[in-house]
Design a protein around this ligand. Structure first.
Ligand code: ADP
Length: 535
């Protein structure tokens, strides 16, 4: 008897997903909201045909295996075509983040050696700035009105059946995303066909994001932010009806779309849902949403109060954790059967944690003493490994993000409870060092956002002459709500040691955001850097 298996050797490539979407889900609808707010409708069948045309046209135009083709686009059907068409040509989709500074986009595009660019007409002014900042693209294809540029549609029309597409191996590169560079130079993470297929299969599971054929999915998370968390691939694989929001991402516009298109599951960072909650509370009954609507929330911690408030509104928030380096799904929080009857407080606390890893991913939390005990108290750095976790960066040979025994170091601080649920307490870079002790800014933020008057709160460490650093809270109050700094500190006092309480609470109109919609603490630290100088 030989030891090799009897199974067929089928490479796990994205073609499998596209073929299935075309053959078995061909009539399933994909809706895109355009910049003029009109809705256009197409199907997976039509998208598959156009993706193949794009692939053939790219090959005929000289794109070769491993070449990078960049996109600078909002979420819409043509972007989905590119997600499939570019890899079918053997090339690598590089989704450029349109919220970055043009200099940064230019650096990233050149670093990735992007050859062609597909860009939305409404983003041409940004494109011009990116080129002025030194980006070099050989060819630029414009979706929509194209002025003097080459049109994307015209390129598709050049496709002929005679062009053969390259054979794909599952280890071939499929896409590249750059980390935001919050903590240093942006680094490229290259996903393979195999890593993408495995991520797609697992992320769709009921205990992961739980996306099905019965759903209508609205990815609010941009397709340039870790491939919209893999949701476009998940939807195509599952035959899920897709609704793309285009450029209008303000709460009323999103709520109009969710109501009109009967969305059953949506995904985005917490700041999106903080805004949606405010809009719903401000105009009760205005939007008729689907009963049991679910929202996948990740990118930053989902405050427990937000989870509670959405339950009150008949909507379920699903909390997940991930990174560009983890494709991104690395932890998801779902209450297990044996805790279904636990106290409401216990269940909400679990749901506000980041959760447990999905199948095929493993995590551990480690400090100087080794793996931390599951005591919900001892913290360490979260480490992760799995088939869709980066083993290296494309443009950076420094190995310090990986341990000698093969784990990726996330830079997140976490602890583990007796149920194995991981809770992030902070990013290493955001921890506040006060008088030799650590203070976790995220824990304070989440507690502050549990106060009924608080809409948003970000806590930062500010240099202090005596304590090295002391916490400062920047707080946005809900419309019409009142609270004093003393009241907010009194709200925190029962939960935290006295030295954790912020020395200052500053009330602001808005907290600066990163390109992914997270609180931009680097900017806050800059703004308040001298706040305690004379303390
Ligand atoms: P960045 O936020 O650095 O621009 P990523 O988009 O890759 O880059 O984000 C990864 C980081 O986002 C994680 O390391 C973690 O700090 C944070 N993050 C993601 N999801 C969550 C979550 N559910 N709770 C808390 N933090 C999260």
């Amino acid at each position: 008897m030989t030891t090799t298996s009897c199974m067929m050797d089928v490479p796990l490539t994205i073609e499998l997903v596209l073929d299935r979407a075309e053959r078995w889900m061909g009539g399933c609808e994909v809706v895109s909201r355009r910049p003029d707010r009109s809705l256009s409708r197409t199907t997976y069948g039509a998208i598959a045909g156009r993706a193949r045309k794009l692939a053939r046209a790219l090959v005929a135009a000289g794109i070769r295996k491993g070449d990078r083709v960049a996109t600078l686009m909002w979420n819409h059907a043509e972007h989905l075509e590119a997600y499939f068409g570019i890899p079918l040509a053997g090339a690598v989709t590089h989704t450029l983040n349109l919220r970055l500074h043009p200099d940064e986009i230019a650096f990233i595009a050149n670093d990735a050696r992007d050859r062609y660019l597909i860009v939305d007409d409404v983003l041409l002014p940004l494109y011009e700035k990116v080129v002025a900042s030194g980006a070099r693209f050989e060819r630029v294809l414009v979706v929509g009105a194209h002025g003097t540029h080459e049109s994307y549609e015209a390129l598709l029309e050049t496709a002929t059946e005679q062009t053969t597409l390259p054979a794909l191996a599952e280890t071939d590169a499929l896409g590249v995303c750059y980390t935001s560079g919050t903590t240093g130079k942006p680094k490229g993470v290259v996903y393979s066909h195999r890593s993408t297929i495995l991520h797609t299969l697992v992320a769709a599971l009921p205990d992961a994001l739980g996306v099905t054929r019965a759903d209508t999915l609205l990815p609010v998370v941009p397709m340039f932010h870790v491939n919209a968390w893999g949701l476009p691939f998940i939807a195509a694989m599952s035959g899920t009806r897709l609704v793309f929001p285009g450029p209008h991402l303000d709460p009323p516009s999103l709520l109009d779309l969710m109501a009109q298109e009967r969305v059953t599951i949506a995904a985005g960072v917490p700041t999106i849902w903080l805004g949606i909650r405010e809009a719903l509370d401000g105009s009760p009954g205005k939007w008729q949403l689907q009963p049991g609507l679910r929202m996948v929330v990740g990118g930053s911690a989902a405050p427990e109060q937000l989870i509670r408030d959405f339950d009150r509104l008949g909507m379920t928030l699903i909390h997940a954790w991930g990174m560009t380096e983890t494709s991104p799904i690395g932890l998801v929080s779902r209450v297990p059967a044996h805790l279904a009857d636990a106290d409401e407080a216990v269940r909400y606390r679990l749901r506000a944690k980041q959760g447990v890893p999905p199948p095929l991913v493993d995590v551990c939390v480690r400090n100087e003493a080794g793996d931390v005990p599951a005591d919900d108290r001892t913290s360490g750095e979260l480490l992760v490994k799995g088939p869709w976790v980066a083993g290296r960066y494309a443009n950076d040979a420094t190995p310090e993000r990986w341990t000698a025994d093969g784990w990726f170091r996330t830079g997140d601080v976490a602890r583990v409870d007796e149920h194995g649920f991981v809770q992030l307490t902070d990013r290493v870079a955001d921890l506040i060092k006060s008088g030799g002790e650590w203070i976790a800014s995220q824990e304070l933020e989440n507690a502050l956002m549990g106060h009924p008057a608080v809409k948003e709160a970000a806590v930062i460490g500010v240099a202090h002459p005596k304590w090295s650093e002391r916490p400062l809270a920047a707080v946005v109050l809900k419309a019409g709500a009142q609270a004093t700094a003393a009241e907010l500190c009194a709200h925190l006092a029962p939960t935290f040691p006295k030295f954790w309480l912020p020395d200052s609470v500053v009330f602001v109109d808005a907290i600066p955001r990163t390109s992914a919609g997270k609180f931009k603490k680097t900017e806050l630290r800059e703004t308040y850097r001298d706040h305690y100088a004379k303390a």
